[in-house]
Design a protein around this ligand. Sequence first.
Ligand code: AHR
Length: 517
Amino acid sequence: MKFLRLSFAVAALAAFFTPARAADSTATLVLDATKPGPVINKNIYGQFSEHLGRCIYEGLWVGEDSKIPNTKGYRNDVIAALKELQVPVLRWPGGCFADEYHWRDGIGPRASRPAMINTHWGGVVENNHFGTHEFLDFCELMGIEPYVCVNVGSGTVQEEMEWIEYMTSDADSPLTRLRKQNGRAQPWKVHYVAVGNESWGCGGNMTAQFYADNYRRYNTFVKNYGANRIQRIAGGPSDFNYEWTETLMKSAAKQMNGLSLHYYTLPTGVWSAKGSATEFGEDQYIATLSRTLKMEELVTKHSAIMDKYDPQKKVGLVVDEWGTWYDKTPGSHDGFLEQQNTLRDALVAALNLHIFQAHADRVTMANIAQFINVLQAMILTDKETMILTPTYHVFEMFKPHQGATSLPIALTSPDYALGENKIPAVSASASRDAAGKIHISFANTDPNKPTTVACTLTGVTAKSVTGRVLTATAMNAHNTFAAPHTIEPAAFTGAKLENGSLSVTLPAKSVVMLELN
Ligand code: AHR
């Protein structure tokens, strides 16, 4: 087994693309707590809620008159589950929907709000009952930072400017009087604004230069009112579109605080036949994990372009759409993007979160798509019942990483291979929280065998270790409304800390979170 010691910068790769691979089934990890890295922005654990299918309506919002127990129209069961998750930031109202959304349709008495057709997502009629007040009040209730995407594709600069004033100004103006008339005296705090969404596609089919010029124009009118300070996020590339990043950074880096990146994981890589969420064999299991690991390459290469124009890393890479995208759940509405969520999704979540943490110097936010009932969701609802997905459990287990200081690791891992796919079996990430506690998270992608990780810890005084594990017998294990607790975290007993060395035996296809005490 070859062994490589990595500097922190190179440890950006350590979460997965470790150049040295062990030939046997033992991995090694060296953690150096004396050389702390950057803080892991808690916003890496962000969420995304679009007016799409049953994400907002039914998922989050049922209205005050619903029989489903609610607080001011928001489902109580969902509120409780999300509080447990410690959601730092929530993106809204889209997605593609954002570039068709006209905010004035979503304020005032609900009964008189005009309806519209949601052309992107199932052609359903959107009644606008969930609008600016409902979103920002929800964020305030939950202590979540709102991240609002303004309409560049079909909206005007004036409309955008007035929305920002309506939400955040404390002056006495016709717009703030309208806000007061609608029941909100104080301005809300809105610290994150995205200027358009996927402007290369559903947001207007623009060229990179045309969008860059429009970004500069629209951004000029995103004003800071009173004490409110807005971080501006420019619409970035999808996937491997490096030319978009180059153009945006060259033309507008000085006007932005963030540049977005979108990347979805499809088992087959083919949009017309993406693959099933639950009915898959080991070939699609490894293909999915292998494709999701492309995130490492994307973050590295887009960051390298950003480094050219922003060597001081003032502009964050904001991965504001990521996750799995499967064929829709059989029988579900076209365009609602409903899919189940299995142990495979839990591994996808862990691998991506590790990648973002390894790049904490550049990745300042990430928003998994999406929050509830859509794509790689945290929560699925069916009328008055709710279930938590394996992805929810990973986000919940990894909470201690939020806002913690990353610690450099050097990792060697055996491969897990099948057919033409070969990926490292082990992925890991470590951090130290404000109280000085060290947490190490692991994923074992190998569905067939456990992997033992021999860890050397430098600068660690901990004497004992506790942990939790998420795993199951089947790689497609998932929770259903009939069996909601099929896959849940359990106490982990596979770690031993003796005389400063830690040995961890990761079960096959598992995610583990350790706390050193
Ligand atoms: O998340 C679903 C859709 O995927 C979003 O609306 C869009 O931005 C992306 O293409």
